[in-house]
Design a protein around this ligand. Structure first.
Ligand code: DGJ
Length: 702
């Protein structure tokens, strides 16, 4: 087999298997049924270079002349086998869009299998399996998945952040060198970029060629863009191991996490479409309508009192809430965040009759009951750690890591510790009518160790196992992945959870950015989006309810606020927002996500267009004051150009976020326009006050 083409949903990967190592001829647009001759892509041999023609290696290695980051780094005792000469020994197509390529180095005792598949949704997935075929230990320092991108990629976009400011974009040019992001948090990390994209200059939401990857793992990892003098940029990713962390004994093997990749010739929204479609097609992707949530955290914090929580449940019911989640503070000794983690029993000091009276109050009002847990963590001030101080994970020799939010990591690699926490959570789920767990994880794992050796990778897999076993035992319980907000958002954790908490920041202005970029790869139904208190607890900003509601609408909607304080028009407006979410969630959670390219950074346009383009919902919001006097005409992209749409402003209706003079004629009665007009000319928008927005519903009339 001299070449192999994988294709799906308009993109293709063409592999050259004619040489002694596999190479990528093309990753980008599908070129049709004929593979271009390999010779067309052959490059000359530059001066001061090894004496073979340059190719875009799928498994870059020093032994074939590669001078950048190699795919595999490792060695045997004394540094032996430090430079693998992995050469193709077999390759086979799997189905119509998969491939498995085997490379071997018999002398070094190594076999590497690279798996690739390009799905019908256009998702390219790859991972590698390394086998130690030698007779002694082989220490793996790194095993990376690498994809060379196509011609013209000149700009990098990735995301970064911190607590309460996750997933903010940063851009730069592709230059010679390596743009390396290392995440040593032991969890995915607040600064972890959900994707790394490279694209043609100025690529935007709806324009430009873009190549993007995501690394689906929740432990230490690296992602990078590398450009050497030898050729185009590469996108790479892999786990980050501590010294001696991964040693394969004779016959042992290691499988990397999946790297997910997508190509788009229609800007970032094309990447989003691939990820959303693929994720929606997964087994286990939530299919039931995403219930309206009320979470108690910013409503009552640790102040748990049955009578007040029942009042809250009453109000929740009245508003239309469908899932009531009791957050942190219900278990033994947990009056604040100094104590109790690990003691997973209901505290009779606060709950003399257990959780049953609250659960009964919630479920009898027709709502599901959800509960907060943090199974991977312990407080030193807890009964479990007083009994088992050695269950704290650390560097060994009895050294206890520094506390972080007053807590330590439970060593899940220790089977007894893992069994203990499994039994506790299992018992909770058996003994109570709990439909949902908010599974939190509130510290970086900075010195993870088991028996004196680094164990971050093993801890991550042990945590995955804990999720998997609890899910198997309680298949109807949904789980949210929370990690001090959005510090564990990745496709690894989403294989075993039903949604993520994107951020602890409920400030709608901050959420506009956090949600936009989290949803660049995660469909909105997987992203928790709550209306927070009128004045945001994490920023002190005050926003109109309508702006908070519009922002929360594009996600898995809920509220995290003491809604007992609402009355009159505000209460009506919240009920209206809940009603709108219920009416439009089917569209938001199945539609195509679209993002406007608006030159003025003061405005943001977010939309969900039905797959058949027969209806759409758009939020047009102002996120700042503008240099310009008015927003002008704003293009509504993604519609059927030939269709005629009725456009109506559906929210807010009680209080307008714009003054009379800045209004547009259609704002009350609606207007009709064709898809092509809306895309090319745009819709004249009202002058919005900063940090307000409007919600537009579009329905096809023909
Ligand atoms: C951090 C989470 O992100 C919050 O939503 C809340 O659950 C607290 N932990 C509780 O301790």
């Amino acid at each position: 087999m001299s070449s192999l083409i994988l294709r799906g949903h308009g993109s293709a990967l063409i592999l050259d298997l004619s040489g002694d190592t596999p190479a990528v001829v093309h990753w980008g647009a599908d070129l049709g049924s004929d593979a271009p001759a390999i010779e067309l892509s052959t490059l000359p041999i530059p001066h001061s270079h090894n004496d073979r023609a340059q190719r875009q290696e799928l498994v870059p290695q020093g032994s074939s002349g590669w001078r950048g980051r190699p795919a595999l780094e490792g060695h045997r005792a004394g540094g032996v086998a430090f430079s693998p000469r992995l050469r193709t020994s077999a390759s086979r197509a799997i189905g119509h869009s998969g491939a498995e390529i085997t490379l071997e180095d018999a002398a070094a005792g190594l076999r590497l299998v690279v798996e690739l598949s390009l799905t019908g949704e256009g998702m390219l997935r790859t991972r590698s399996i390394l086998n130690n075929t030698g007779s002694d230990d082989y220490a793996v320092d790194a095993l990376r998945s690498v994809l060379p991108v196509g011609t013209g990629a000149a700009e990098i976009l990735d995301l970064t952040g911190r607590w309460c400011r996750e997933q903010h974009p940063q851009r730069q040019s592709v230059r010679q060198g390596t743009w390396l992001r290392e995440y040593r948090h032991g969890r995915t990390g607040h600064d972890s970029s959900l994707f790394t994209a490279v694209g043609t200059p100025g690529f935007a939401n709806r324009t430009g060629k873009v190549w993007a990857t995501h690394f689906g793992f929740s432990g230490n990892h690296e992602t990078y863009v590398e450009k050497t003098a030898a050729g185009p940029a590469l996108l790479g990713s892999g786990e980050l191991f501590g010294p001696g962390e991964l040693v394969l004994s004779a016959g042992g093997s290691y499988t990397t996490p999946w790297t997910y990749a997508a190509f788009s010739s229609t800007g970032l929204d094309g990447i989003t479409e691939v990820f959303h479609r693929w994720m929606r097609g997964r087994d286990g992707h939530p299919t039931s309508p995403r219930p309206v949530v009320l979470n108690t955290w910013e409503a009552v914090y640790f102040d748990h009192r049955l009578d007040q929580l029942v009042e809250l449940a009453d109000r929740a019911k009245e508003i239309g809430v469908e899932r009531f989640v009791l957050d942190d503070g219900w278990f033994m000794h947990r009056r604040n965040d100094l104590a109790g983690l690990g003691d997973w029993e209901v505290d009779p000091a606060v709950w003399p009759d257990g959780l049953a009276p609250l659960i009964e109050a919630v479920t009898s009002r027709g709502m599901q009951f959800g509960l907060w847990v943090e199974p991977e963590m312990v407080n030193e001030d807890s009964d479990v750690i007083r009994a088992h101080p050695d269950w704290i994970s650390g560097p060994g020799g009895g050294v206890v890591p520094e506390e972080w939010r007053h807590q330590q990591v439970l060593d899940l690699v220790n089977p007894e510790a893992r069994q203990y926490v499994y039994d506790r959570i299992d018992a909770l789920l058996r003994d109570h009518d709990i439909s949902y767990l908010k599974w939190d994880q509130n510290r970086d794992l900075t010195e993870m160790g088991h028996d004196g050796a680094p164990s971050t990778s093993a801890q991550t897999l042990a945590a995955y196992r804990l999720f998997d076993e609890l899910r198997r035992a309680h298949p109807s319980v949904e789980i949210e992945s929370c990690s001090s907000g959005g510090a564990r958002v990745d496709l690894g954790i989403l294989e075993r959870t039903d949604r993520v908490w994107a951020s602890d920041c409920n400030d709608a202005l901050e959420r506009q950015t956090i949600q936009r970029w989290t949803q660049a790869i995660l469909p909105p139904e997987l992203v928790g989006t709550h209306i927070g208190p009128t004045t945001a607890h994490t920023t002190g900003r005050t926003h109109a309810l309508s702006f908070r509601a519009i922002t929360a609408m594009f996600g898995h909607f809920g509220m995290e606020w003491d809604v007992r304080e609402l009355e009159g028009e505000a209460l009506d407006e919240l009920k209206q927002a809940v009603g709108l979410y219920k009416r439009y969630r089917g569209l938001i959670h199945s539609g195509v996500a679209v993002h406007g390219d608006i030159a003025d950074p003061a405005y943001v346009l977010t939309g969900a267009v039905a797959q058949d383009a027969a209806s759409a919902l758009f939020a047009f919001v102002s996120v700042a004051t503008s240099f310009d006097e008015l927003p002008g005409r704003i293009a509504l992209p993604g519609l059927d150009p030939a269709a005629t749409y009725r456009i109506e402003r559906i929210f807010p209706t009680l209080t307008d976020p714009f003054n009379d003079r800045g209004n547009v004629e259609w704002i009350d009665g609606g207007i009709t326009a064709t898809g092509v007009y809306l895309a090319e000319v745009g819709l004249s928008m009202p002058i919005l006050n900063p940090e307000t927005g409007i919600l537009l519903s579009l329905t096809c009339e023909n």
